[in-house]
Design a protein around this ligand. Structure first.
Ligand SMILES: NC(=O)c1ccc[n+]([C@@H]2O[C@H](COP(=O)([O-])OP(=O)(O)OC[C@H]3O[C@@H](n4cnc5c(N)ncnc54)[C@H](O)[C@@H]3O)[C@@H](O)[C@H]2O)c1
Length: 385
């Protein structure tokens, strides 16, 4: 195969952005041959690009080798399963699915290593997070004692929430900030630190917006070795912040926006504590401002990697199967809040699915009418990360 022929499913904000990038030839070896949206507002057709209103027809058409799924989250599962069963390669937008049981169903439809199945976790390509990953995994920081991630820079307005009927409802989206904005942070979290053994969550629902799902979250993650983490997020705080602090044996790394500082201990804290004769002393430390290589997170890099995996067998940046972890964390935070108890991991996926369905069937929330400006693709292009 010289080129991979890809079809995009879901021509909303994200699908249109992917289409523009592919039409501009930014991904070598990836040729856009079809688009599909179940609404009638498909863009005017371009040469060599078939249009479909039904994804099954697109899959059966034979004009695509791969599918890029950019529909609302619940359809990631149904569309993904149909595509994988038909033998297509699949790139799915984040989140992998809405809940763990759907992730399991989707992952089970993957037919093996010859079929490439990847997820759009483009923050893994951000030079800042790549640098953190190597710092943590190469042991430079020593074993991790504590993590604090306060990522409250996801401010969203009422207009945002009314821009799509599926947004911020249990039925249409299956959650709020944990399902829409934070899959990125939760994916990076588990990529950097692995999965905890227990999760305790404190969510507030519709605290800042006229929505039924969570827009304010504080969560506590515990590990068997005593390491623990606090994860905070919200779509209602401005200016908000993105502050990540990692305490390891060898010091403290603080990531504040794009600035990374490593306060490095001359001696590891445990060793110093055991060996020092003084009662109130601390290990000497140096403060290093770590240079972050230029560049930002890139959808194009993830799509190029997907194409190269199909054509040349290169390893994936974000295998789709890894997307189950961010969903399990998000689900466990919600379940813990609903049940007012700590949730041990691995979580019971079917219990969570039942609890979510209870929320869907008992939902009584109706948005108060207000006159809003419709969000355009331009607004979206200016603002999405
Ligand atoms: N990677 C990122 O940074 C990023 C950014 C934004 C959105 N996303 C993800 O992209 C997905 C779409 O988000 P959006 O903001 O573009 O939503 P959107 O509402 O703007 O667009 C969704 C489109 O999918 C279409 N659609 C719905 N069901 C369909 C089906 N069964 N078959 C075909 N088309 C269908 C809708 O008609 C709509 O045009 C979400 O899962 C979201 O999490 C990812």
């Amino acid at each position: 195969m010289e080129n991979v022929r890809i079809g995009i499913v879901g021509l909303g904000n994200m699908g249109k952005a992917h289409r523009a990038c592919l039409r501009a030839g930014k991904v070598s070896g990836l040729q856009l041959t079809a688009i599909c949206d179940r609404t009638t507002n498909l863009p005017p057709p371009e040469e060599g690009e078939a249009q479909f209103a039904d994804v099954e027809a697109m899959i059966a058409s034979g004009c695509v080798d791969a599918l890029l799924i950019a529909t609302p989250h619940y359809f990631h599962t149904t569309v993904g399963i149909a595509a994988l069963r038909a033998g297509l390669h699949v790139m799915v937008e984040k989140p992998l699915s809405v809940h763990k049981a759907d992730c399991e169903r989707l992952i089970n439809a993957h037919q093996g290593s010859g079929q490439i199945f990847a997820a759009m976790f483009q923050l893994r390509t951000d030079p800042l997070y790549k640098q953190l990953k190597s710092l943590v995994s190469q042991g430079e920081l020593g074993s991790i004692r504590r993590v604090l991630w306060d990522c409250t820079d996801w401010f969203r307005t009422e207009t945002y929430y009314t821009s799509g009927g599926w947004r911020a409802t249990w039925k249409g989206e299956g959650g709020g900030v944990l399902l829409n904005q934070c899959p990125h942070n939760l994916d990076l979290y588990q990529w950097l630190f692995g999965m905890p053994s227990e999760v305790t969550g404190f969510c507030q629902f519709g605290r800042y917006h006229d929505i039924e799902v969570e827009d304010d979250v504080t969560a506590y993650f515990r590990y068997k070795n005593g390491t623990h983490a606090t994860f905070i997020t919200s779509t209602g705080e401005a200016p908000g912040k993105n502050l990540l602090q990692i305490t390891g044996e060898n010091g403290l790394v603080t990531v504040n926006g794009r600035q990374v500082t490593f306060q490095r201990n001359r001696t590891s804290m445990s060793e110093f504590s055991l060996e020092s004769d003084a009662g109130f002393a601390k290990p000497e430390n140096w403060s290093i401002d770590m240079p972050v290589p230029p560049g930002t997170a890139s959808h194009v890099e993830v799509l190029q990697n997907f194409t190269d995996a199909i054509l040349h067998g290169v390893p994936l940046i974000a295998p789709a199967a890894e997307g189950i972890h961010s969903i399990e964390l998000a689900n466990a935070i919600l379940l813990s809040t609903w049940k007012n108890r700590t949730v041990p991991l691995p979580m019971d996926s079917l219990q969570y699915e039942r609890e979510l369905h209870n929320r869907i069937s008992s939902s009584t929330h109706v948005r108060k009418p207000r006159s809003v400006k419709k969000l355009t693709s331009d607004d979206f292009a200016k603002s999405f990360k």
